[in-house]
Design a protein around this ligand. Structure first.
Ligand code: 9MG
Length: 277
């Protein structure tokens, strides 16, 4: 199975790594060190060397309580980076945004994947993907909005409800002309979920595999790892790797990570065991 976006192709027969590149001054885990193209490019090149198959560029933090970013500010932050990385790097470039205008401009600048934590629910977003047949989308589940999503999240059956939400969004995509072969799904670990919800989703991640072309899992350095290990952000790599392997073992094909080298190595071991007799 291959995924194609902006003329770049990705092999989805084995789990791969999506490296995180935040172009924000307020990112929760890398302290906003990657503000300019001049800084972003070497970091992205390093991630390619470390084995990243995708780089996910974000200009607005989705951390609870993070400030909203205006359209112009987001465009100014991400477009120069998308353009440069799409031109200079051999791998798929993803843009982490919910704003249709940012999606449209990022696709023009060479992005091949739209990573939308709002699952194309903002007006105009479905249309952007429908009009760009050479782009892939990740539909992620988020309960509410980043500012309030962690206020007493409740589900009767978290796995069934999130599966139903993603199915409904896939249907909306298909009605707009976006085929399943261009759709990835993500249960959205940490986005309006308690630790128990996150663990249940991780335990049953295999139930999302048949929904679309692939599953993305983003567990890297998240507070669920911090809560389990009682560890600050800087000391969550091992826990994140354990979670990445559990996700890949159940069929997740793309692992979103801040620690590319370590995650690539962990996934190689996992893929070898998955391929064994
Ligand atoms: C942008 N972003 C932050 N966390 C994420 C996650 O878990 N999945 C996806 N697809 N995007 C995320």
């Amino acid at each position: 199975m291959r995924l194609n976006g902006a003329g770049k192709s990705l092999d989805l027969t084995r789990p791969c790594v999506m490296g995180v590149l935040n172009i924000t001054p307020d990112s929760f885990s890398d302290g906003g060190r990657y503000l300019q193209v001049a800084d972003a490019l070497p970091r992205a090149e390093a991630m390619v060397t470390e084995g990243a198959a995708i780089i996910d560029i974000g200009g607005e933090s989705t951390r609870p309580g993070a400030p909203l970013v205006s359209l112009q500010e987001e465009l100014d932050r991400v477009l120069p980076v998308v353009e440069r990385l799409a031109r200079d790097l051999p791998i798929l470039i993803s843009i982490d945004t919910s704003k249709p205008e940012v999606m449209r401009e990022a696709l023009k600048a060479g992005a091949g994947l739209i990573n939308d934590v709002r699952a194309l629910r903002l007006p105009g977003a479905l249309e952007v993907l429908a009009a760009n047949r050479d782009a892939v989308v990740c539909l992620m589940h988020m309960r509410g909005e980043p500012g309030t999503m962690q206020q007493e999240p409740r589900y009767t059956d978290v796995v069934t409800e999130i599966r139903a939400f993603l199915s409904e969004r896939i249907q909306a995509c298909e009605m707009a002309g976006i085929g399943r072969e261009r759709i990835l799904v993500d249960p959205g670990f940490g986005f309006g979920k308690t630790l128990a919800h996150n663990l249940s989703l991780l335990r049953h991640l295999n139930r999302f595999v048949d929904l679309a072309a692939g599953v993305i899992a983003g567990l890297s350095r998240k507070s669920m790892i911090g809560a389990l290990l009682d560890a600050p952000v800087g000391e969550r790599v091992s826990g994140s790797l354990a979670a990445a392997v559990l996700a890949a073992w159940q069929g997740a094909r793309i692992i979103r990570s801040h620690d590319v080298r370590e995650t690539v190595q962990a996934l190689r071991v996992c893929a070898a065991a998955l391929a064994a007799d």
